[in-house]
Each structure stands twice: as structure tokens, then as C-alpha cells.
Design a binder for this molecule. Structure first.
Ligand code: DQA
Length: 142
């Protein structure tokens, strides 16, 4: 099972960014935890990050034929990027949307995801474990 994990805008700022919301572990710690978990359950995981919407679209398009599943945390693009939503619909690769925080318990604008409907499901509010549960699911169904 080859899984592409796409982190979007501002996820590279983990650790210093609003630690009360996202915790004090940094982006490198997230990547290490994902790599360790992938190795533990025998899933091949690759992690990419971009703050640029078009690059995220390119990552999604590039996953077609190269990965069996996508896990995506689009960051704030979740709430308004029809381009990312269309890209997810445009490839035949199952995707799971993840969030570190519980977006539904935060500001009103975060309650809307224009990308989740293009995914198999959404996992949010479980910190870094949101990613691990998504990896476990894709590995299990794939
Ligand atoms: C986030 C939630 C988004 O609302 C926010 O804009 C982010 C991070 C999360 O992982 O909790 O950048 O996607």
C-alpha cells in the first residue's frame, strides 16, 4: 500500500503556530511519527507539504497511477478551495481528509469543508493520531 500524505498551507509552522490549538510538536515530529507508524504497519508512506494551492493540485494529479491512497490536510484551503476539491474528484485514488484540530468545535468558517465531500471520509480533532487512523484505514481497505 503506497500512501501519499499531502499537508497544505501553514502545516509547516506546527510547533510555533498556535500551540494551544495544534500542540507544541513541530512539523518534523509529525513527519517522523507518520514514517514510524507506516513502517510499523507495513504501509509505504510519502509526505509532502506546500503553502501553494496549485502545487497541492499537482501533488494530487501526480498521485494517479503512483499511489494507492491519499491522506490530505489542506489546512485553510479546506474551507474554500474548489480547485483542490476538483483535483481530488479528478483522480481515481481514494482520499481521506484529516485535521489536527476539531474544526467543528472552532470558528464557523471552519465548519465547512469543500474538500471532504471529494474524500472517502474525514478524521479530525485527534491531533497527530488523525493521520495514523487514516493510514490504518487505507492500509486495511487497500
Ligand atoms: C487544520 C484546520 C484548519 O481550519 C486550519 O486552517 C489549519 C489546520 C487542522 O489540521 O486542524 O491550517 O487543517
Amino acid at each position: 500500500m503506497k500512501i501519499l500524505i499531502i499537508n497544505g498551507v501553514n502545516l509547516n509552522m506546527l510547533g510555533s503556530r498556535e500551540p494551544d490549538v495544534y500542540g507544541d510538536r513541530d512539523y518534523a515530529a509529525l513527519c517522523a511519527e507518520i514514517a514510524d507508524f507506516g513502517a510499523e504497519i507495513g504501509a509505504q508512506v510519502e509526505v509532502v507539504q506546500s503553502n501553494i494551492e496549485g502545487e497541492i493540485v499537482n501533488f494530487i494529479q501526480g498521485a494517479a497511477g503512483n499511489f494507492d491512497g491519499i491522506i490530505i490536510n489542506p489546512g485553510a484551503y479546506t474551507h474554500y478551495s474548489y480547485a483542490i476539491s476538483d483535483a481530488l474528484r479528478g483522480v481515481d485514488v481514494p482520499a481521506i481528509e484529516v485535521h489536527i484540530s476539531n474544526v467543528h468545535a472552532r470558528e464557523e468558517f471552519r465548519h465547512t469543508s469543500v474538500t471532504a465531500a471529494a474524500c472517502v471520509g474525514q478524521i479530525c480533532g485527534l491531533g497527530f493520531d488523525s493521520y495514523k487512523l487514516a493510514i490504518r484505514y487505507l492500509n486495511h481497505v487497500g
